[in-house]
Design a protein around this ligand. Structure first.
Ligand SMILES: Cc1ncc(COP(=O)(O)O)c(C=O)c1O
Length: 385
């Protein structure tokens, strides 16, 4: 038989999924590797979805999504994100992951370079493999809460004439960095100067403990910003698979066209659930954020006591911890931690080259498991150093 496509067979897996698969083999493992909120989807959202199914939202929708759902999204974006979009600038997608992949697909031809942060969510690199786009990583500054190093990014852009898209992520996975206004302005400035599309992944926009969320599109009207959002993290709706993207009419039309080839449309009943989430009472968002804040504080206190805290995250729901005293490679450390201590964490290397000597702890886990997992982690680093 002829070989299957080299692009996909050669694509690196996400290290998070690799550890998830290993952890799933033993029910007693404490699961601190994955960013899936342990909260149930709030009841009013589930009820709205059930009603929508009964009302007949069980069919294909427009490629871009149900118009009334996009109206709700446009209102949310105007009120919360501070920029105006028409519903023809919005596409509802199967999670932010599809919004991001589709955005990169419509922006980049094979060979166009995509600029990714080092450290970054591993799926971005997988997406660049799919579209045959080389990657250049730009550094984050650990001394400044992992904000992008704008001078270094500027130099990289100068050296990379084929760069087409600059991917940014705030609040950031895995660092918890929350970009301040000068940083966002600096990124827009670089995008303008080097004629780049700015793909802004705002999946954790509602999970911020210090500072506030600044959507780049609220500072720039030039149409080069592609803003990606999701209900997954804010409303504990990862399994409903609804994200959405706001872009210029031209880019949104291309994403919508591509959507026909990929998924046709996001699931109708899940679109209605997302509408209920975004248009409904927001108390659940604040409750979950407060819970993540308490978990963040507990985790960072425990790690700091042992000298293993890399940085205190200001947003998202992850904490980076230090494994360098053990001298172990991240994958080796994480496999050993599952087998010997019953705790699953994500290896730093899966997020980029500067991830070695680090692991990511997810706060999206029940507090008792989280505390026990962090204690076992600290003991393991002590014992293996
Ligand atoms: C930074 C980042 N962006 C996007 C996503 C994907 O979100 P969704 O569930 O909407 O596809 C994740 C999920 O972990 C993420 O960490």
């Amino acid at each position: 038989m002829k070989a299957t496509a080299r692009t996909i067979s050669g694509m690196r897996r996400s290290g998070i999924r690799e550890i998830m698969d290993l952890a799933a083999q033993d029910r007693d493992v404490l699961r601190l590797e994955v960013g899936d909120p342990n909260f149930p989807t709030p009841t009013h959202i589930i009820e709205a979805a059930a009603q929508a199914a009964a009302d007949g939202f069980t069919k294909y929708t427009a490629n871009r999504g149900i118009p009334s759902v996009r109206e709700t999204l446009a209102t949310k974006i105007a009120m919360q994100n501070g920029f105006e979009v028409g519903i023809d600038q919005l596409v509802v997608t199967t999670g932010a992951v599809t919004a991001l992949l589709q955005s990169l697909m419509v922006l980049c031809d094979p060979g166009d370079v995509v600029l990714l942060p080092d450290l970054a969510w591993p799926n971005y690199e997988m997406m660049t493999t799919v579209i045959d786009a080389p990657v250049r990583r730009y550094p984050l500054d650990p001394a400044r809460g992992f904000l992008p190093d704008l001078d270094a990014l500027d130099r990289i852009c100068r050296d990379t004439p084929l760069a087409k898209a600059l991917v940014i992520n705030s609040p950031a996975n895995p660092t918890g960095g929350v970009f301040d206004r000068p940083t966002v302005e600096g990124l827009i400035d670089i995008a303008n100067r080097y004629d780049l599309y700015l793909v802004s992944d705002e999946a954790y926009e509602d999970i911020i403990f210090e500072g506030g969320h600044i959507s780049p599109a609220s500072l720039n009207g030039s149409g080069r910003v592609i803003s990606v959002f999701t209900v997954s993290k804010s409303y504990a709706m990862t399994g409903w698979r609804i994200g959405y993207v706001a872009a210029s009419q031209e880019v949104a039309a291309l994403i919508s066209k591509l959507q026909e080839a990929m998924t046709s449309c996001a699931t109708a009943v899940a679109q209605k659930a997302a509408q209920a989430a975004i248009g409904g009472d927001q108390a659940c968002v604040a409750e979950m954020r407060d819970a993540y804040r308490q978990r963040r504080d507990m985790t960072t206190d425990l790690l700091a006591e042992e000298g293993l805290l890399i940085t205190k995250p200001h947003g998202a729901f992850y904490v980076l911890a230090d494994t360098s005293p053990t001298g172990l490679d991240g994958y080796e450390f994480c496999r050993k931690l599952i087998v010997q201590r019953g705790v699953a964490l994500a290896p730093g290397e899966t997020f980029g080259s500067t991830g070695s000597g680090k692991v990511r702890i997810s706060l999206a886990t029940a507090p008792a498991d989280l505390e026990e997992g962090v204690r076992r982690f600290c003991a393991a680093v002590r014992d293996w150093s």
